[in-house]
Design a protein around this ligand. Structure first.
Ligand SMILES: Cc1ncc(COP(=O)(O)O)c(C=O)c1O
Length: 440
């Protein structure tokens, strides 16, 4: 294998800095990565919030191998392998309420684009042709395609594309206030009223023009923003009252991260559409999924007997290897009771993370399910010319403490596999405390 790193343009990575001092792993197992020298590195981030069953789970690997040997691929348009239907039935059964159909994609970004199109197509199919606007939220992350970037609300992701966005998108305010919510345990008391901003948007744009509201139940990529008490319920009520679809982007939260199959179930709120990816097959093969309520699917089943009901799809929608991995992952989640395990660890997890309150630079801690964001004071640095304080901490964790975590802006984050042990949780917290002591 060539050793040149030059040709590959890495995603969401400072490429030039990475190539000067690359972090390369060559093997993974359970909670650990290994590098070429055999160094064992604790993965505190489940890959990228996805390897919920732990790395290289033998049952998932075996299912992929078996499927590859039997039928590597079946033309996804007009043809399918039975494993695709089996994965659809199995994963739909995990969804709340009458969500009982799924459109498969290859990523979370594609699951979001698919949801945008389904929301508009559904309204068109039932004669509500003016219901086309999509409401997103500030600080939302809905992937990187143009639809998701338009609906999303992360300024640095949007900055270069102001003239390329999808039309007809409005944004709700985000729900975070450092002043009012710092160090809240669980859901913050303050902020539920912010859902009422949806009423203002409806008042100015008209419910007849709005197709859907897209939110992440927990805004993960922007630094683990936990929804204030009552917020999601209120959004749901307003959507129902105005006949607007509620779309939960659960690319991170579905399939165990919250100790339940979905955040919808965790918070007791019924959305109309759920976008998923990552944990659906424990990250082993690229896969995304857009789940929808029965009524949405049924409304789309129109036209002549040979009409294509929804002109949309990807060459790799429902890819046999991804679906085989999804079925095996669901078996592992059930047999090893991993969602229950995550739920049982949630309090200990939150306590361990909140114990970092006294660590240097820390200005807030947010923990829910099996994820946590530790916000630090950025200090005065000439970022992006020198690493931010968060990046320095991330690099020290990797090179000096043998732990992978993540950072987004000034928020350091952990989101381990659901197989994480109490001693590994303690190790992550202790090592981060030590590192923050030494960060400039
Ligand atoms: C809420 C949410 N939506 C969409 C995406 C995009 O998923 P992908 O990177 O698989 O395209 C992510 C990725 O982290 C996400 O967290």
């Amino acid at each position: 294998m060539s050793n040149s790193l030059e040709s590959c343009f890495l995603p969401f990575t400072p490429n030039r800095a990475f190539k000067k001092k690359p972090r390369l792993v060559t093997r993974a197992e359970g909670m650990y990565y290994f590098d070429a020298a055999g160094r064992k590195i604790l993965d505190g981030f489940a890959g990228l919030w996805c390897v919920n069953a732990g790395h290289n789970h033998p049952k998932i690997i075996e299912a992929i191998k078996k499927q590859a040997a039997e039928c590597d691929y079946a033309g996804a348009f007009m043809l399918a392998h039975p494993v695709t239907f089996a994965a659809a039935e199995r994963t739909c059964a995990m969804m709340p309420g009458d969500i009982d159909h799924v459109f498969f994609t290859n990523s979370g970004s594609e699951a979001v684009e698919t949801a945008v199109k389904i929301a508009v197509a559904y309204n068109r199919a039932r004669g509500k042709t003016s219901k086309t606007k999509i409401i997103g939220r500030e600080r939302g992350y809905h992937g990187v395609n143009i639809g998701g970037t338009s609906v999303g609300g992360i300024p640095s992701n949007r900055a270069a594309f102001e003239h390329n966005f999808m039309m007809g998108v409005e944004h709700l305010p985000h729900t975070f206030s450092l002043e009012k919510q710092a160090f809240s345990q669980g859901q913050p008391e303050w902020g539920g009223h912010l859902a009422e901003a949806l009423e203002n948007i409806v008042a100015s744009h008209g419910a007849d023009n709005i197709a859907a509201v897209f939110v992440e139940p927990v805004a993960c990529s922007t630094g683990i923003l936990v929804p204030p008490k009552g917020y999601l319920q209120k959004l749901g009520e307003i959507c129902t009252r105005h006949d607007i679809l509620l779309v939960f982007d659960e690319v991170i939260t579905a399939f165990g991260r919250m100790g339940k199959a979905t955040a919808a179930e965790y918070f007791g709120v019924q959305p109309d559409i759920i976008c998923s990816a990552k944990g659906i097959n424990s990250g082993a093969v690229p896969m995304g999924a857009t789940f929808m309520r029965k009524g949405i699917h049924d409304a789309l089943m129109q036209g002549g007997a040979y009409a294509i009901e929804f002109a949309h799809g990807y060459t790799y929608s429902g890819h046999p290897l991804a679906c085989a991995a999804a079925l095996a992952a669901q078996d592992v989640y059930r047999d090893e009771k991993l969602f229950e395990r995550a739920a049982g660890l949630e309090k200990k997890w939150s306590d361990a993370m909140h114990a970092l309150k006294e660590a240097r630079h820390v200005i807030d801690i947010r923990a829910i399910g099996l994820m946590a964001g530790i916000e630090i004071d950025p200090g005065a640095r000439d970022f992006p010319n020198v690493p931010s304080r968060a990046m320095e901490a991330f690099e020290k964790m990797y090179w000096e403490q043998d732990v992978v975590m993540r950072f987004t802006g000034n928020v350091l984050a952990f989101a381990p596999s659901l197989t994480v042990t109490e001693s590994q949780i303690a190790e992550m917290a202790e090592k981060l405390k030590r590192v923050l002591e030494s960060v400039k």
